[in-house]
Design a protein. Structure first.
Length: 419
């Protein structure tokens, strides 16, 4: 009995970080998840390749295959829950593996802080099980992106990575073409790291270019050369409704398959521009601790390198985030885009730390040393970021609007004192 307890204790100690992160996220999923798939996105769990050929049809096709053609709300909801559980498990494995790879206590302290900081932030995986995001196709994009990170850790033969990257990238496009703007930058960073760690060998450069080109081609086909076999929205909705025991929302079907890109922009984005600019600016300002922490790590990594080629690597990695510009400019679900931007920033740092990147590790050592000297400051940052609710889709966190209106009321009160 004593030997068994000793082994159990050893396992708990070995995987303490994975268990803590995983249990926290799974418990949050258990008690905080929305009770049903968000109505606006439930159509993607019914429509499949029998209706046409295009992006966003893969998940419905998989469910159609598993259910035999008739989808119940319970099955679709449980399908989403399984995907969310896998996200919790994979993310905990990534964090735990990176933590163990750190060579010293300050580096580990930095990884621990970044982890808690991220989990408490509005972009925590918990944003995927809020009322407005439950069942979003972003769920599967994040799941496959985490699988790509695990694969990047596990597959040592770099020549195998590129076919796997290409496969994961194309699958993500088939799930939702927005992947190119949200999570593909993470894959680009991993491929850039491969290029530099191989001393910029031709096969690494060629493999990265081929993967990027293939994903780009599939995106263009899905975005501009795909569609469904129906030209009547009512007929389409009748057909979808006959294959589900829940009410299928017609909104996304009309916007995706019956509106042009210009109509989508003018009907969806343009009316929201004043709202987005006002509260988006406030959100960026209020989340400066997140932006500041990530940027400080990257800027220090650049400054710590003497060779221009090493500096160029980090600059090139940072430039991959330019992919977010089109989606912010053309589509109005800014909550989801901010969440993906935070997640990608967090995972990029973890990936480079695990790959023993000297610039990132130098940043983490300094950050960890600062945390050990001034723990109260960093605890305060965690407490501050935890006051925000999780990102949703179109809506900004309530704390942003409350801050804006309260500040406005105080301004009016102060001006009134001097009149």
């Amino acid at each position: 009995m004593g030997m068994i307890l000793k082994k159990v204790r050893g396992v708990l100690e070995e995987y303490s970080i994975e268990l803590m992160v995983g249990m926290y996220l799974l418990y949050s999923l258990y008690i905080n998840r929305a009770g049903a798939i968000y109505g606006y996105v439930n159509a993607w769990y019914v429509i499949n390749y029998s209706y046409g050929f295009g992006s966003r049809l893969l998940i419905g096709s998989l469910i159609n295959l598993l259910t035999g053609g008739f989808v119940t709300g319970t099955f679709a909801y449980n399908f989403v829950l399984c995907a969310l559980c896998l996200i919790c498990i994979l993310l905990s494995l990534v964090i735990g593996r990176v933590y163990k790879k750190m060579p010293d206590r300050p580096s580990r302290m930095a990884v621990l802080f970044l982890t808690v900081f991220y989990l408490m932030s509005p972009a925590s995986p918990e944003y995927l099980w809020t009322w407005e995001n439950m069942g979003r196709l972003d769920t599967y994009l994040l799941l496959l992106s985490l699988a790509a990170v695990i694969m990047f850790f596990a597959v040592r033969d770099r020549r195998w990575r590129y076919p796997l990257f290409a496969g994961i990238g194309c699958l993500c496009i088939l799930i939702h073409q927005v992947y190119v703007f949200l999570f593909f930058p993470l894959m680009l960073v991993m491929m850039i790291e491969d290029i530099w760690s191989s001393d910029r060998k031709r096969w690494a450069i060629s493999g990265s270019i081929l993967v990027s080109a293939l994903v780009g081609i599939v995106f263009i086909i899905m975005q501009f050369q795909s569609g469904i076999y129906y030209d009547d929205l009512e007929l389409l909705m009748e057909e979808l409704g006959a294959h589900a025991d829940f009410l299928v929302d017609a909104g996304p079907m009309e916007a995706e398959y019956f509106w042009t890109i210009v109509e989508n922009f003018t009907r969806n984005m343009v009316p929201e521009i004043p709202h987005h600019l006002k509260y988006g600016f406030m959100l960026v300002c209020m989340l400066c601790p997140v932006w500041g922490t990530y940027l400080w790590i990257w800027i220090h990594a650049i400054r710590s390198r003497e060779k221009k080629s090493d500096k160029a690597k980090y600059i090139l990695m940072l430039m991959t985030n330019m992919a977010f510009v089109p989606v912010f400019a053309l589509m109005n679900d800014w909550g989801r885009w901010f969440a993906a931007l935070f997640i990608v920033g967090f995972l990029e740092i973890l990936v480079l730390a695990w790959k023993q990147d000297e610039g990132i590790r130098s940043s983490l050592r300094i950050l960890g040393g600062s945390i050990m000297k001034n723990p109260a400051l960093y605890i305060l940052l965690i407490l501050y970021i935890s006051t925000f609710e999780k990102f949703e889709g179109l809506n900004f966190p309530d704390q942003v609007t409350a801050f804006y209106h309260t500040t406005y009321d105080i301004k009016c009160w102060l001006l009134g004192l001097f009149q």
